[in-house]
Design a protein around this ligand. Structure first.
Ligand code: BGC
Length: 737
């Protein structure tokens, strides 16, 4: 049964519309039964559905790798399949909208929710989030991008004010959302708890209306994070359509505000109309039969999530190898994080079982999950190592260190695991370390003690099966880092300012965040952004650039092609990454920025020409005075390769664009005026007509005063120029302040 949106809007009372924009219970919208509008059901589910009233129990559903893993796949086609599967599971559980994916930028490795986020780079985050939403929505279930925006920490998350310059917002913190909104038109966007530049995001009209709907043409519903609304009326006016969960008496507050004139009925109707349209989509969606249970897809996703960081040749494990399998995580897998994304998996693989069915294995737990040191456990593990050919040590972070609601204070693995590893490496046996963690850990201090290192992230319910396949060489590890692994926490660009103080966090590193900052400061890293090995090797040849269209007509396209050859003995995957650099810009720009990528599978010896298309946005930066993205004239380098610090093929491109004068205003400097020839001609004409002379500055004087606002310079006595001249020209050529 369906309903007509316009009819409902015309017939509904103010009270009914007010109820519609306020949730019902924890997980439903409020329908209007009298007019045939049913409630819509929402559920968490960035990497698996969580359907249940509380955190302790939810209906079983497939637990895919968490976003850190899915992101590391660099594979939109995979994310689309996972999205479809989540949609089918949502259908089976009666859910209409899945509250995910999360695509906040990993500003600091300490953020407790980094496991739920895709990358430190907005191009990766936006592309992959779009693919996941596209997959869900292709089977008739809505997706919800969250948490929009600047929710990059858990410390004080309900109140903290993120102070972020507009350029950093537009280029980094909003850019992924912009890409995903444009590419997938999600049914919902979730606003977070925090403040942005002084205003609660739930009450921020600039972000929720001007940017999201105005600049980006978003047409869906904005939902609050659970409990993010403080002032419901201010939130409605700002553009927040749906408050979740139900808050006592809110409908009455909204209805009374319409009655008193504090809230216009049009604003309420607009929010209600968006909710009705979403409900209509849910009611009329053609959904394939719901299915719970996608273990094999979860395994494939885990294979693509795993990042092989180091391998001296010990992997894949030799067929007859006797393995000492050490570490509690082999028996008690760490496969997802804590908080609202926690799912109850359908089944759960353990490496203890999956590896034991493939190799001769002796298990020793090696450490206590509590973090306490136990010498007996270490001794037992060392004995097992001495009797084996190779050690596989399962290390990582304990559950409690990675959760929604709190951040970490350091990025080390627990000391008892570190002690275990030191003892294992002293045996002289090759040690393969497998890490299970959702946020980056410091590896530089002990990488040398390993023969191989696999960052397995939080691999979901089938992660251990995928791991056994990778360890034995049945399958390739094909993940790549979507975040830089710094040598030390102190090296990260945001460290001094994270998580802020007295309710405020300054994003002082600006756009120089993640690899953009590490590269600008030429800082050594443990493993660079984009890095990851496989069991084969690749060669890059001959970058070719084909340019069509132009910046002026806004249809510039650059097709960057490389020839890629699998030079090893095994089939394998490579993520071809394309970066753009613009050294001589008028604002400081990152050394290079990722602007395109594609994942390719090649047989041994196979060569293929791989093309990555770059659009105009690949060359643009946010110009704060112009209030838009601009492309400047200049030389651009386009580099391609396997990660941000290995880009063997490069080409150059020159773009010529008419220069854009900086819009003048009352505080524009003398240099800015001289750069705007039209305004300057008008000014000189006025001065000449009145005084018979032009406004001139000698070279030396110009150097002294070029940085002074012209209007204030005109206040000085004696010169030909007056404030009235400046104001007259500003009235014609200036921008409003
Ligand atoms: C989280 C959201 C989640 C919501 C509902 C909040 O605490 O921040 O990501 O969707 O709860 O569980």
């Amino acid at each position: 049964m369906t309903f007509d949106v316009d009819h409902v809007l015309a017939e509904a009372t103010t009270e009914e519309l007010a109820a519609l924009v306020c949730g019902s219970g924890s997980w439903h919208t409020t329908g209007i039964p009298r007019l045939g509008v049913p409630p819509v059901r929402l559920a968490d589910g960035p990497h698996g559905l969580r359907v249940g009233e509380d955190l302790d129990y939810s209906e079983p559903s497939t637990c895919f790798p968490t976003a850190v893993g899915l992101g590391s796949s660099w594979n939109p086609a995979l994310l689309k399949r996972v999205g479809e599967a989540l949609g089918r599971e949502a259908t089976a559980l009666g859910v209409d909208v899945v509250l995910g994916p999360g695509l906040n930028i990993k500003r600091s490795p300490l953020c407790g929710r980094n496991f739920e986020y895709l990358s430190e780079d907005p191009f990766v985050s936006g592309s992959l989030a779009a693919a996941l939403v596209y997959g869900m929505q292709s089977v008739g279930v809505g997706g919800c991008l969250k948490h929009f925006a600047a929710n990059n920490q858990e410390t004080d998350r309900m109140r903290v004010d993120a102070v972020v310059a507009e350029r950093a917002l537009r280029e980094i913190y909003l850019a992924g959302f912009q890409r995903a909104v444009g590419a997938s038109q999600p049914w919902m966007v979730m606003c977070p708890y925090n403040r942005l530049n002084g205003t609660l995001v739930s009450q921020n009209p600039w972000l929720l209306t001007d940017v999201l709907r105005g600049d980006w043409d978003y047409r869906g519903v904005v939902v609050s994070d659970w409990g993010a609304v403080y002032d419901r009326i201010a939130a409605l006016i700002a553009g927040l359509d749906l408050e979740m969960p139900q808050a006592d008496g809110r409908e009455a507050v909204v209805a009374a505000a319409v009655e008193s004139g504090e809230l216009s009925r049009e604003v309420l109707e607009l929010a209600a109309e968006r909710l009705l349209s979403l409900t209509h989509k849910a009611v009329t969606a053609v959904r394939p039969t719901g299915v719970i249970g996608h273990h094999d897809l979860a395994r494939k996703a885990a294979l693509e999530s795993m990042v092989l960081l180091r391998n001296d040749g010990v992997l894949p494990l030799a067929p007859g190898a006797r393995v000492a399998l050490v570490g509690e995580f082999a028996r008690t897998p760490r496969y997802q994080g804590s908080g609202s994304s926690k799912v109850n998996p359908v089944e759960l693989d353990r490496l203890l079982d999956t590896l034991a069915s493939r190799r001769e294995v002796t298990f020793a737990p090696g450490f206590l999950l509590s973090g306490d040191l136990d010498d007996d456990l270490i001794d037992e593990a060392v004995t097992a190592a001495e009797l084996a050919d190779v050690v596989v040590a399962c290390l990582g972070l304990p559950d409690a260190e990675e959760t929604e609601g709190s951040d970490r204070t350091h990025m080390r693995i627990p000391d008892n695991q570190r002690a275990l590893l030191a003892s294992l490496s002293e045996t002289g046996k090759p040690v393969v370390v497998v890490l299970s963690n959702g946020a980056a850990v410091e590896v530089a201090g002990w990488t040398e003690e390993t023969s191989a290192l696999i960052e397995a992230w939080l691999g979901g319910e089938a992660g251990a099966l995928a791991l056994a396949q990778v360890l034995t060489g049945e399958a390739e590890p094909s993940g790549r880092l979507t975040e830089t692994l710094g040598v030390r926490l102190e090296d990260y660009p945001s460290t001094l300012m994270f998580p802020g103080e007295t309710g405020q966090v300054q994003y002082g590193e600006g756009v120089f965040m993640g690899y953009r900052g590490f590269d600008a400061m030429e800082r050594e890293v443990a493993y660079p952004f984009g890095f990851g090995l496989g069991y084969t090797t690749f060669r890059y040849d001959a970058l070719k650039l084909v340019e069509t269209g132009s910046v002026v007509t806004r249809d510039l396209r650059v097709a960057a092609s490389v020839t890629l050859t699998n030079t090893g003995q095994r089939a394998g995957a490579e993520v071809v990454q394309v970066y753009v650099r613009n050294a001589a810009a008028s604002v400081p720009r990152p050394v290079r920025e990722l602007r395109g990528f594609t994942k390719v599978w090649l047989e041994p010896g196979e060569s293929r020409t791989v093309t990555v298309a770059l659009g105009i946005d690949a060359f643009a930066f946010w110009s704060t005075p112009h209030e838009r993205f601009v492309v400047e004239s200049g030389d651009y380098a386009i580099e391609a390769g396997s990660h941000s610090r290995d880009l063997p093929v490069a080409g150059g491109l020159r773009l010529d664009v008419p220069s854009l004068p900086t819009p003048l205003y009352d505080e524009s400097t003398i240099a800015e005026w001289f750069a705007d020839t039209d305004a300057m001609d008008a000014l000189q004409a006025r001065v000449l007509a009145r005084t018979g002379e032009r406004f001139e500055l000698g070279e030396e004087m110009y150097a002294v005063v070029a940085g002074q606002p012209l209007r204030r310079f005109a206040q000085f006595p004696g010169g030909p120029l007056t404030v009235a001249d400046v104001d007259a020209v500003l009235a014609e050529y200036g921008r409003p302040v």
